[in-house]
Design a protein around this ligand. Structure first.
Ligand code: NAD
Length: 237
């Protein structure tokens, strides 16, 4: 059955692969994006693209209204949008810290809270949050990012307890290093250093993260909630 699916930050990278996987499975997919133009590929797949900055509750409300009008109640939410602002603690400004938390954690709170309204009404919902292996292991120069990604685990597990009886599941996917714009900024030397610590000895492709998300959103995962699924080539074990 075709579900209404929303993927935040679905215009590129991991979010794009997730949106593509749902659309190819026949779901009604909407994505939000912050800037630029969504790729033509999404339009061809019939994906609804809505510009929305998740740091602004009013934009989140407007985006939901549009999506609900066109696709009905959101049944599957993938909170994927996220940013990094890497720097060592001694150079990290309060703004560097706050802006990463405002996007990765509070932005996720904003979209989850709005999605919950319809999921409660429908007595069904699947929420998947994209965290990171860095949230579990820590990473020098990424204290802001790691803190925001670790917090998503406590957020999801609290909601899994709070809303399990309403048939809404909350799960977390924790990717390792994935080939996207976010990691393109790393030098070849940094990439080689990372890969040297990954048992599978390579980066992930975005589609490999999408596969775990699709599973968690499926009926086969109906009895899974509060789980953190690493898709990290073994890096975090
Ligand atoms: P990316 O930079 O290619 O894409 C990030 C997406 O988030 C973009 O679509 C962007 O528009 C959106 N976004 C950022 N700030 C936003 C805002 N304020 N409002 C709305 N949308 C916003 O990154 P990616 O690698 O595809 O990462 C996707 C998610 O996966 C992120 O949460 C990231 O932290 C996480 N992740 C990435 C990796 C990796 O190695 N690439 C590893 C672990 C986790």
């Amino acid at each position: 059955m075709s579900r209404s699916v929303l993927v935040t930050g679905g215009n590129r990278g991991i979010g794009l692969a997730i949106a593509r996987a749902f659309a190819e499975a026949g779901d009604k997919v909407a994505i939000t994006y912050r800037s630029g133009e969504p790729p033509q590929e999404l339009t061809s797949l019939g994906v609804l693209a809505v510009r929305c900055d998740i740091t602004d509750s009013e934009q989140v409300e407007q985006a939901y209204k549009e999506i609900e009008e066109k696709h009905g109640n959101v049944e599957v939410l993938v909170a994927n949008a996220g940013i990094t602002k890497d720097t060592l603690l001694m150079r990290m400004s309060e703004e560097d810290f706050a802006s990463v938390v405002d996007t990765n954690l509070t932005g996720t709170f904003r979209v989850v809270k709005r999605a919950n309204r319809g999921m409660l009404r429908a007595k069904k919902g699947r929420v998947v949050l994209i965290s990171s292996v860095v949230g579990l292991l820590g990473s020098a120069g990424q204290a802001n990012y790691a803190a925001s990604k670790a917090a998503l685990v406590g957020f999801a597990r609290s909601l899994a307890r709070e809303l399990g009886s309403r048939n809404i599941t909350f799960n977390v996917v924790a990717p390792g290093f994935v080939d996207t714009d976010m990691t393109k900024v790393l030098t070849d030397e940094q990439r080689a250093g990372i890969v040297a610590n990954v048992p599978l000895a390579r980066y992930a492709q975005p589609e490999e993260i999408a596969a775990a998300v699709s599973f968690l959103a499926s009926d086969d995962a109906a009895y899974i909630t509060g789980a953190v699924i690493p898709v990290d080539g073994g890096l975090g074990m």
